[in-house]
Design a protein around this ligand. Structure first.
Ligand SMILES: C[S@@+](CC[C@H](N)C(=O)[O-])C[C@H]1O[C@@H](n2cnc3c(N)ncnc32)[C@H](O)[C@@H]1O
Length: 163
């Protein structure tokens, strides 16, 4: 996979104003295992662990300094025991335990990830993407945010969206 190992996606954090809509779409529950693929400085995963009693929260981040920042943030916010930080390439990590996924990447990266998502994720797994759709998949819901330049959230469900 040509994109694997190459951080083609810049670090641009999800704005805090967008997070309520992200979490509303993800609808995290106690038995969920939540992954942020390319978690940046960990603001989404740490907030998820703080707000929701999910079983497990996983950050996958290629850039060392951002993975370390996520560890620091999780510790500071008292959720380090519930946030696993994987410093690595999400193309190379098995995603099969995930039941809810967040991705703020690029359309080209989503396209490249599609076969892996289809192969490894179980039916019913939710994927929320910000501003960049998964080409060829049908979102079950699309939400427009207000007052922020990060505009569109897409919700995909494995088994429904990936036909
Ligand atoms: C647009 S930022 C989003 C950060 C975070 N998810 C958020 O919403 O605040 C994308 C992140 O993906 C990371 N990334 C890009 N390619 C990656 C890969 N192949 N494996 C792991 N992380 C990657 C980048 O380093 C960057 O931090």
């Amino acid at each position: 996979m040509a994109l694997g190992g190459n951080p083609l996606v810049p670090f641009v954090p999800t704005r805090s104003e967008v997070l309520p809509a992200v979490f509303k779409l993800l609808d995290l529950k106690e038995d969920d295992v939540f992954y942020d693929l390319g978690c940046g400085d960990g603001r989404v995963v740490v907030e998820a662990a703080k707000r929701f009693p999910v079983k497990k929260v996983v950050c996958v981040e290629l850039r060392k300094e951002l993975a370390e920042e996520t560890r620091r943030r999780a510790k500071k916010e008292g959720v380090a025991d519930r946030v696993q930080v994987i410093e690595g390439d999400f193309f190379k990590i098995n995603l099969s335990e995930a039941t809810a996924i967040y991705m703020y990447l690029l359309t080209s990266v989503n396209e490249a990830l599609k076969p892996k998502l289809k192969r490894e994720l179980r039916p019913g797994t939710r994927i929320v993407t910000l501003d960049f759709p998964i080409p060829g998949w049908e979102p079950v819901k699309t939400v427009q945010t207000e007052g922020v330049w990060q505009k569109t959230l897409y919700l995909y469900v494995i088994g429904k969206s990936d036909k």
